[in-house]
Design a protein around this ligand. Structure first.
Ligand code: HEC
Length: 230
């Protein structure tokens, strides 16, 4: 095919070898103008444009990094990671032996028990029985652990005064170690002098109560764990 037929207009304006057009633009100038136009941005269009591939790679890379990060730092997504009382893993491996910690026990007592029994352990006359000097907290500890795990209600007599309130199962959301620390604290605070409680003891009672849904009545609890003769 012949170029002069394809672009008749171009040819019409050509004048001689200099290439000067009737509008005064030389070929060189035309090329320059076009290259300037070509440098301009494309016309904006409606619709979607594909995501640049490097962003896709960036996100894949980020996802990979996030996976690695979670694998290393998620702590198996266990809430126990934040449990200050969970037994620490010794550097040699294997869980360390639980040791009752009075300071932790006191903190947990303030959070979980002091609203009712008061930080002084004296309770509130007519409403909440005292723990200070109460025979209910002594013995092998089962009585108090059961009350904490299952709750306690019905008429109860503590240090010569009668109460009839409801203690919720505050221990349901606490770990064995936490309850052991609380119980150990209660048994040695305010002049109380009972042995500390180990987490294994709490685990034992928790297992025995596994199917229990209802709180204890004081009478029922006394039947299972009578007060020790002084
Ligand atoms: C919402 C208030 C409340 C909270 C919180 C509470 N208790 Fe009680 N507790 C009571 C009441 C009320 C009784 C008496 C129940 C009854 O009348 O049978 C009681 C009884 C007891 C008893 C037996 C009676 C005595 O005075 O010795 C013990 C032991 C005890 N609570 C320990 C605890 C411990 C430990 C905690 C915290 C882990 C705790 N309680 C949290 C209200 C509470």
């Amino acid at each position: 095919m012949n170029d002069s037929n394809r672009y008749p207009d171009n040819n019409r304006n050509r004048r001689g070898p200099s290439g000067a057009g009737s509008d005064g633009l030389s070929d060189g100038r035309l090329v320059e103008v076009h290259s300037q136009l070509a440098r301009d941005k494309e016309e904006p269009v409606q619709g979607f444009s594909l995501t640049p591939i490097f962003i896709v790679f960036l996100f894949c890379g980020f996802g990979f990094w996030a996976g690695l990060y979670l694998t290393r730092n998620s702590g198996q997504f266990s809430a126990g990671v934040f449990d200050l009382d969970a037994p620490k893993l010794a550097t040699s491996g294997g869980p360390a032996v639980f040791e009752p910690d009075a300071a932790k026990g006191e903190k947990l007592f303030i959070i979980n028990c002091a609203v009712c029994h008061q930080a002084t352990g004296l309770g509130l006359a007519g409403a909440f029985p005292p723990l200070a000097g109460s025979p209910w907290v002594g013995g092998n500890g089962e009585r108090m652990i059961k009350a904490i795990l299952a709750g306690l209600g019905g008429e109860i007599e503590v240090k010569g005064a009668k109460y009839n309130g409801v203690m919720p199962n505050v221990g349901a959301g606490l770990s064995n170690a936490q309850i052991a620390n609380i119980a150990s604290y209660v048994r040695q605070a305010w002049g109380n002098t009972a042995e500390p409680i180990m987490d294994t003891k709490v685990a034992e009672v928790r297992k025995a109560l596994a199917d229990r849904k209802s709180p204890y009545t004081a009478a029922e609890l006394l039947k299972e764990n009578p007060l020790e003769a002084k």
